[in-house]
Design a protein around this ligand. Structure first.
Ligand SMILES: [Zn+2]
Ligand SMILES: [Zn+2]
Length: 329
């Protein structure tokens, strides 16, 4: 269904390798950087060439190998880190905000993120990343020893600069002009509460972790009584579908065409998931996310999933249960 923009990029993804840097559209570069030790293998930083300097979408992971690879690629496409003018962050996960602060120091770039994902807002409303996770895991009904081991596991991999300074936050559609290039920030919660996609009005949408060409979306951590990231995601998919973009540039996997069809496909997929969870939950009162997660169909049987994948799956099932029944609080 998802048609790759760059065949070699998609082929590398399918061969479980990191794709080479490539031009997605005139003056728009996909720059994969390595995520060593992660099943995702790489994250893609996009660089847009404008009359007002280079504009970045996302900023990789804070690791020396990742930074080295990034700076080499920026040079290879004829730019310098020092001339980056703006860094747009799709959301506040460690593999996306990684070296934003470092770029600002070197270039004076302004750093932009969705309001709910700004650390200052997030800490005030929801607490830190690990605090949210701890609260959420406790709400899933998983046994304490499972919660403890999942939490320990998350702590070990969550290198996260929760002190990153943000220059500008967006809460509504906001247009940014760079000479002839216009980038519209469009709030797109679901994967996180402040997730934002960036629409280059020439027809490209940078979708962060919201709409990969393959596989489902990962729903946000449910830690507050009114959280319903599945409802957020359905609205977000409808918004992205209606932007009229011809190319989607996700932060993982590969850029692809037929954006609206992919939005519809994902909507149908997650609606089915909600229906399945509703049925599983209907089987008995007091069904928890932990009960549901172990009975859902994942890529592999639950017991064969790695601990990290189990944690993501449990968080996802918790969000589905919240949407399906309003419980799991
Ligand atoms: Zn993410
Ligand atoms: Zn990601």
């Amino acid at each position: 269904m998802s048609i790759p923009v760059i065949d070699a990029h998609a082929a590398s993804y399918r061969a479980r390798q990191m794709p080479a840097t490539a031009e997605v559209a005139r003056g728009v570069w996909a720059i994969p950087v390595p995520l060593s030790g992660s099943a995702l293998r790489y994250v893609v930083v996009f660089l847009i060439d404008t009359d007002d300097g280079a504009v970045l979408i996302d900023a990789g992971y804070d690791h020396p190998a990742c930074w080295r690879s990034f700076t080499r690629s920026v040079t290879a496409v004829g730019h310098r880190v020092e001339t980056i003018s703006t860094v747009f962050l799709t959301h506040n996960h460690p593999d996306h905000v990684g070296f934003a602060g470092r770029i600002r120091t070197l270039s004076g770039a302004r750093v932009v993120i969705g309001n709910a994902d700004d650390f200052a807002t997030m800490h005030r409303v929801r607490g830190g990343f690990l605090t949210q996770l701890r609260t959420a895991l406790a709400l899933t009904g998983a046994p304490p020893e499972v919660v403890d081991s999942m939490y320990a596991d998350a702590m070990a991999v969550a290198t996260h600069h929760e002190d990153l300074r943000i220059d500008e936050t967006v809460a509504d559609d906001t247009e940014f002009r760079f000479g002839d290039v216009t980038i519209r920030a469009v709030p797109a919660p679901g994967h996180t509460y402040g997730h934002t996609v960036y629409f280059d009005t020439r027809g490209l949408v940078f979708t962060g972790d919201t709409m990969m060409p393959e596989g489902p979306a990962q729903l946000a951590i449910v830690s507050r009584p009114d959280d319903d990231p599945a409802a957020d995601l359905f609205r977000t998919l409808a918004r992205i579908r209606d932007l009229g973009a011809t190319i989607a540039c996700p932060a993982h996997q590969f850029p692809y065409r037929e954006v609206a069809a992919r939005a519809d496909e994902l909507t149908a997929y997650h609606r089915d998931e909600v229906a399945v969870v509703r049925e599983l939950a209907g089987a008995g009162a007091g069904t928890t996310a932990w009960d549901v997660a172990r009975r859902m169909r994942w890529r592999r049987p639950w017991d064969e999933l790695g601990r990290g994948t189990q944690r993501f799956s449990l968080v996802h099932a918790h969000a589905l249960l919240r949407h399906a029944t309003g419980v799991g609080r």
